[in-house]
Design a protein around this ligand. Structure first.
Ligand code: NZQ
Ligand code: ZN
Length: 390
């Protein structure tokens, strides 16, 4: 375990079938004017909206609503939310939804008091920290995947610029003050969203795992989480109503990206950089953008991180090493991962997400190249990985 680091995660979690009861206690800590943020209507269909409104009423809150947060929330929607929050003098933001709703609420919490700042340039191009007062955010999670319920990340899309950019804020105040996590809520998710979320979780773990060469506790934690995600995902696709599997998936999503397993790691994050560019160009579902580029990317960098890919094959996929060279072992690990991705029904081609050869320039231009993994990609490398992913 090398490196110098600090660790602090202040988000309080309430997990399980009775988790929503704790909303009463939490709401008492914040002001009367609450902004309720949600997405396109799934919470109205599954009854959660009514349950949350009843608690807000019970606690005497003055509620304004900011509905319609779309998957891959846009900068234009953010400006709309700022207006609603200012008009309402919002003192607290309650986010009810998946990663998009929670990310958007964090972006909102740093924007409401930021005057006339250009929010896109300030937070998503220059990656500045807020200098204004921020609003507290609380979350009720309805989809497992992003880890947004316990981190300081916010990903916002600028459709005209075809850019999707993520800002992980440094200030822990931006993390949700609390998150309510009832796995039962995720059971109304369509299968496409469920498996996209599962792959998002798995890839968050890979992004942190595939970096560094020291003996690191974070890697052992990562392997355990990956094994749990693989097991639970197989159970959940057999029976989406399997509470045990859905609860393990939800809990793994949080620990995959709440900064724990990144301690002492540089982190790769190139699958996310490639996937975000795909999202900016096609507006496709986040987890599917990652799935489509992962195997071409990992096969492209494998030789640069061979010992780790060989370890991945053995510890995560139980590949028998006997008679295999290190390279063959590493290849077998990725082959096992490919079979699992097919079992889940993940999208393995960018074409299926609406991209084509004609998109390659935009895809390359929209990719931010990071240097924390086993290989630093040139622009030509990025183009090759995208071309192999078509
Ligand atoms: O909008 P509604 O009607 O609620 O429908 C949503 C949406 O259509 C639906 N859904 C969510 N919960 C449901 C449900 N439908 C039925 N029953 C439920 N219980 O699912 C669809 C997708 O929701 P969304 O919130 O977009 O999905 P996800 O949680 O995957 O979030 C994706 C966003 O998070 C960002 C992504 O880039 C993307 O913009 N990420 C955030 C990260 C972070 N904060 O650290 C990291 C991730 O890598 C990711 O980049
Ligand atoms: Zn992700």
């Amino acid at each position: 375990m090398l490196g110098n680091f600090s660790y602090c995660n202040p988000t309080k979690l309430y997990f399980g079938e009775n988790a929503l009861d704790n909303l009463h206690t939490e709401l008492k800590k914040y002001g009367k004017n609450v902004l309720l943020v949600y997405g396109g209507g799934s919470i109205k269909k599954n009854g959660l909206y009514d349950a949350v409104m009843a608690i807000l009423k019970d606690e005497g809150k003055n509620v304004a609503e900011d509905p319609g947060v779309m998957p891959n929330p846009t900068i234009h929607k953010l400006y709309e939310g700022v207006e609603i929050a200012r008009r309402h003098n919002a003192e607290f933001i309650l986010a009810v939804g998946g990663g998009s709703v929670i990310d958007y609420s964090k972006a909102l919490c740093v924007s409401v008091n930021s005057g006339d700042d250009d929010l896109w340039e300030k937070y998503f191009i220059r990656f500045e920290e807020p200098t204004c007062e921020t609003l507290p955010v609380g979350a009720i999670l309805t989809m497992a995947g992003t880890g947004s319920e316990m981190n300081a990340g916010a990903v916002i899309t600028h459709p005209e610029k075809k850019l999707k950019m993520g800002h992980v804020f440094a200030d822990e105040k931006i993390m949700p003050r609390f998150s309510i996590m009832n796995p039962r809520y995720t059971m109304s998710l369509p299968k496409y969203q469920m498996v996209a979320g599962i792959y998002d979780i798995f890839n968050h773990i890979c992004e942190q795992y595939f970096s560094g060469a020291d003996d690191n506790t974070s890697d052992y934690l990562a392997e355990g989480l990956m094994r749990s995600v693989i097991k639970s995902s197989r159970d959940a696709i057999q029976d989406p109503q399997n509470y045990e599997a859905r609860s393990n998936i939800m809990w793994s999503s949080t620990w995959a990206l709440n900064t724990l397993i990144s301690r002492g790691k540089s982190g790769d994050w190139m699958v996310h950089m490639l996937g975000q560019s795909v999202g900016g160009v096609t507006n496709a579902t986040h987890g599917m953008t990652l799935a489509a580029v992962s195997l071409p990317y990992y096969r492209f960098i494998m030789d640069a991180g061979l010992p780790k890919f060989a370890r991945f094959a053995q510890t995560v996929w139980n590949v028998d090493p006997s008679g295999k060279s290190e390279r063959e072992l590493a290849e077998s690990g990725l082959a096992a991962m490919e079979s699992w991705m097919k079992e889940l029904g993940l999208v393995l081609s960018l074409r299926e997400l609406g991209a084509s050869e004609a998109s390659l320039d935009d895809l390359v231009n929209g990719t931010v190249v990071l240097g924390g993994g086993y290989k630093v990609l040139s622009k030509d490398d990025v183009r090759k990985v995208f071309a192999d992913s078509l």
